[in-house]
Write a protein that binds this ligand. Structure first.
Ligand SMILES: [Zn+2]
Ligand SMILES: [Zn+2]
Length: 358
């Protein structure tokens, strides 16, 4: 199909233009590739013509309605979208047509609550989430809130930069939250879309890395990316191995998608450690109170990152320290990507490329 909007589009010219998008019409059903009207940017918003978007596990959870707070179908998932600003709503003075931007899970926040005012905008109770409570990047156009859109550094590769917008910032923030110092050991549990970036961020932050997974090929990737110790949780007693090799780790970042990995993480650590949960499998895990108290363990959740965290995470990428492994797909592949995700059959990150779509 042809898109009539060009890069000098104004809201008046956008009216009547169409876009293609993958739409969740019903939880658990296949997404429908639909032709929709291009949305008009409202006050403080910008319209973005997408070039690429990563596909995050959260998008799958959104489409399945897995979490207690659910999005409202029909909606367009996606919060790792990268593209070009093609039109501005009123009241936008710090973005211009032609700027490269991204959307993120933290699509916007109130800017005024206790959390927003103390550097914890990711906890804002009035936040809006990309591809969840606001339409996201699984389409050829999307809206962003100009105050919250990620500014993409010059020279970014459209395919590689997309996963930084959620997976990258999420693990970067999670590693900061682990309070592991340079030279200390961090275990990265789960070497998928998040974990393979976490190994690289941890190394760039001066941490020493133990990688834990149940798949030998993912452990081989972790070793290639700089993990010094790799442990297969399917074939080895990873807690015993970690203690034998290095006396336990100083912190753990759990990116795994299986609840078992969460309880297991506690066995990997030495005393005083912090265990950070990034992954979001449905369910609970058993927490040994005795160990937590006697070993002064901290168990902490960490959700994406602030705009400042995202700027920093993008800067690590722009300086060549982070190289996301991406597999390129098309919008029509979205249901197949979700299938592969359910079966754990994705190495690195799937990225949808729209650049041949127009
Ligand atoms: Zn995500
Ligand atoms: Zn707020």
């Amino acid at each position: 199909m042809t898109e009539t909007l060009d890069t000098t589009g104004t809201p008046a010219e956008i009216a009547g233009s169409t876009m293609r998008a993958a739409v969740v019409t019903e939880f658990g059903a296949a997404l429908q590739i639909s032709e929709l009207g291009v949305p008009l940017p409202g006050h403080g918003q910008a319209l973005v013509k997408l070039e690429t978007t990563g596909v995050c596990h959260t998008d799958l959870h959104a489409a399945q309605g897995d979490w207690p707070v659910k999005p409202q179908p029909p909606f367009i998932p996606g919060h790792e979208g990268y593209g070009t600003v093609v039109a501005l709503g009123e009241g936008v003075d710090d973005l211009q047509v032609g700027d490269k931007v991204g959307n993120a899970w933290l699509w916007s926040a109130c800017g005024e609550c206790e959390y927003c005012c103390t550097g914890w905008e990711t906890l804002c109770e009035s936040q809006r989430n990309g591809g969840y409570s606001v339409n996201g990047s699984f389409g050829t156009y999307m809206l962003v809130d100009a105050a919250y859109a990620a500014r993409i550094p010059d020279g970014a590769d459209p395919l590689e930069v997309a996963p930084i917008l959620c997976a990258g910032v999420t693990v970067y923030k999670g590693l900061k939250e682990s309070e592991v110092s340079p030279g200390q050991w961090v275990a990265i549990s789960g070497i998928g879309g998040l974990g393979h970036l976490a190994v690289q961020y941890a190394r760039s932050m001066g941490m020493r890395v133990v990688a834990v997974d149940i798949d030998e090929s993912k452990l081989a990737l972790a070793r290639e990316l700089g993990a010094e110790i790799v442990l297969n949780a399917r074939t080895a007693d990873v807690a015993a191995e970690a203690h034998k090799a290095i006396g336990g780790v100083h912190g753990v970042l759990v990116t795994a998608v299986h609840p078992q990995a969460f309880g297991q993480a506690i066995g990997l650590v030495r005393r005083g450690a912090t265990i950070v949960f990034n992954g979001l499998p449905p369910g609970d895990f058993p927490a040994p109170i005795f160990d937590i108290v006697l070993k002064r363990l901290t168990i902490r959740g960490s959700i994406v990152g602030t705009r400042q965290d995202l700027t920093e995470a993008l800067d690590f990428y722009a300086r060549g320290l982070i190289k996301p492994r991406v597999t390129v797909a098309r919008l029509e592949d979205v249901n197949d990507i979700f299938d592969r995700m359910r079966r754990g059959r994705i190495d690195g990150r799937m990225v949808i490329d729209y650049r041949d779509d127009s």
